[in-house]
Ligand binder design. Structure first.
Ligand code: SF4
Length: 70
């Protein structure tokens, strides 16, 4: 597991945005820890058409902090 900081995909509202939130994503937002091997699509409007796939510790300037679910 790796620590996920503010500004990184795991805490971004666009991480996995292309589908409904999985338990894994909810857990990352809650614990700020993520498995190194997890990848998911970025749903940011400027990346979605490219089907950009990122890890929880990737990041970009399009970061928007996800609302906590639960
Ligand atoms: S690539 Fe940027 S916009 Fe997409 S999930 Fe990561 S931080 Fe968010």
């Amino acid at each position: 597991m790796q620590h996920v900081h503010d500004g990184q995909c795991g805490l971004c509202t666009h991480f996995g945005e292309t589908h409904s939130a999985t338990e894994k994503i909810v857990q990352i937002r809650r614990t700020k820890e993520a498995p190194e091997t997890l990848v998911d699509e970025c749903g940011h409007p400027r990346h979605a058409s490219l089907h950009l796939v990122v890890t929880p510790i990737s990041g970009c300037n399009g970061f928007e902090l996800a609302h906590m679910i639960s």
